[in-house]
Design a protein around this ligand. Structure first.
Ligand SMILES: Cc1cc2nc3c(=O)[nH]c(=O)nc-3n(C[C@H](O)[C@H](O)[C@H](O)COP(=O)(O)OP(=O)(O)OC[C@H]3O[C@@H](n4cnc5c(N)ncnc54)[C@H](O)[C@@H]3O)c2cc1C
Length: 436
């Protein structure tokens, strides 16, 4: 995936979601693929452990910044066991206790340098926490550490003191766990959030327009500019509005396909066609010539997102790029727009001018209906501070996976997210606009 933010960028490896990814607190990925597995092995190498102890230990070592979920931890334990690096037995008849094998110890030795190089020494999460945590929290942590050191380090405390201290720390952790800390989940006090998306109806008209210009803005994105007297009165208020295009294919009725008004300046209407294995819309765009006519209908209505957000995240594939480009270009100064778009390669990337601060990410993928590459890139995204609106459009299965991730794993409020399936693999004319 390629990232660009102002002049900062850094390539990430692309690939399928692995055992070491995702599942961390607040959806933030703490360790890259493989490192988590090594850390788990290291902890079991220190002493035999149960799964829940590893989760506790990981959380303690990272000063609360990361706790692997069971869905992340247990597949890792299974894979370590399958590889003969650990052996797990049901020690107390219920929970499995995992111990390192001689092969596991060899593996750890071989990978010690890798763990060191990746900066995953136990205290690294603590250092990051110290750097990023609010000062009051960091001070309180220091106070707790100093109290613990003073009472327990180099002493032989009695069981009652240990139990009381452990209970107090657990109670504090539970209180903190119950706090709502996601900035995006806090509605602005000064904004009317009752209507996030407002709907505007338009007079439904059919128009016949004429092709004026054809440009391939990338090898697989054809821009067609249309004009004609019938454009009079055309209105498109929302960046993700759609119009119907009509194609005569010899059937009883014309075929209809949805397209985004990429730009409309009164005299012209611009459409961008992603070129793929052709249905009637793509075939028409590929064969279009200046002077040809195209019949369109709509837009029937526009949905306008209230301009009350600090940031916008726009995610999609080639079919979403017309809406994404339009949105980026229309956003004002003072907001951040993060885009994450999946295309076949660098030649398909586009650049947009905007008064907003842009953070651009591109994923290069082979199969537009495979959610894995774009899901992985989305999981790795750190989103800006403040209130954010998320817009997703892609192949229906991909869009659904991305929506579920943002709602369930990242806890983004559902009313601040809009996701649509713009097409469905293997089916003609099969948008899924609600992904119900
Ligand atoms: C609201 C909305 C706005 C849209 N805006 C745009 C836009 O501005 N530009 C744009 O290019 N598309 C846009 N789309 C997507 C477009 O409508 C579909 O891709 C449509 O299926 C294309 O029609 P077609 O006649 O070429 O293919 P169809 O006859 O519908 O399908 C033929 C075959 O192609 C496959 N297919 C369809 N789309 C793709 C694709 N992108 N990649 C690979 N295979 C595909 C289908 O699964 C099917 O097997 C939008 C969709 C919606 C719902």
């Amino acid at each position: 995936m390629k990232h660009e933010r102002d002049n900062a960028s850094g390539p990430r490896e692309r690939g399928r979601k692995g055992h070491g990814q995702g599942g961390g607190r607040r959806g933030r990925r703490a360790f890259d693929n493989g490192t988590l597995r090594l850390l788990i092995l290291q902890m079991i190498g220190d002493r035999p452990r149960h799964g829940y102890e590893i989760m506790d230990e990981m959380e303690a070592r990272t000063a609360g910044a990361y706790r692997p979920s069971p869905g992340v931890l247990y597949p890792n334990l299974s894979s370590l066991e399958e590889d003969g690096l650990i052996a797990c037995e049901a020690a107390d008849g219920r929970r499995k206790l995992c111990s390192i094998t001689p092969l596991g110890q060899e593996h750890l030795k071989l990978n010690a340098a890798k763990l060191e190089a990746r900066g995953t020494k136990p205290e690294c999460g603590g250092r990051r926490f110290r750097r990023e945590a609010p000062p009051e929290i960091a001070d309180a942590m220091d106070r707790l550490k100093s109290a613990l050191r003073g009472r327990f380090l180099g002493r032989a405390p009695g069981p009652e003191a240990i139990a009381t201290a452990a209970a107090a720390i657990r109670a504090a952790a539970e209180t903190i766990d119950a706090l709502e800390t996601s900035p995006s989940a806090l509605p602005a006090k000064d904004a009317d959030m009752t209507q996030i998306i407002t709907r505007h109806r338009h007079e439904l008209r059919r128009r016949e327009l004429t092709v004026r210009e054809i440009t391939d803005i990338t090898p697989n994105m054809r821009r067609i500019v249309l004009d004609g007297a019938e454009l009079d009165g055309f209105s498109s208020l929302g960046f993700d509005d759609h119009i119907k295009l009509f194609f005569e294919t010899g059937g009883e009725k014309p075929e209809m396909r949805d397209y985004t008004p990429r730009a409309h300046d009164g005299g012209t209407l611009t459409l961008d066609f992603a070129i793929h294995e052709a249905g009637p819309a793509t075939a028409w765009a590929q064969g279009a010539a200046v002077g040809d006519t195209l019949r369109i209908g709509g837009p029937r209505g526009s949905q306008v997102i209230a301009p009350v957000f600090d940031w916008y995240l726009l995610v999609g594939d080639e079919t979403a790029l017309p809406a994404i480009g339009r949105r980026v270009e229309e956003l004002p100064e003072g907001v951040t727009v993060v885009t994450l778009a999946a295309v076949t390669g660098a030649a398909e990337e586009q650049a947009w001018q905007s008064a907003a601060t842009q953070e651009t990410h591109w994923v290069h993928r082979a199969d537009a209906a495979d959610p894995a590459p774009v899901l992985e890139a989305l999981e790795a995204l750190d989103l800006p501070e403040g209130k954010g609106f998320i817009w997703i459009a892609a192949e229906a299965g991909v869009a659904r996976a991305l929506k579920i991730h943002m709602l369930q794993d990242r806890g983004h409020p559902g009313e601040w997210l809009k996701a649509s399936g713009y097409w469905t693999k293997g089916q003609a004319d099969a948008a899924d606009k609600s992904l119900g």
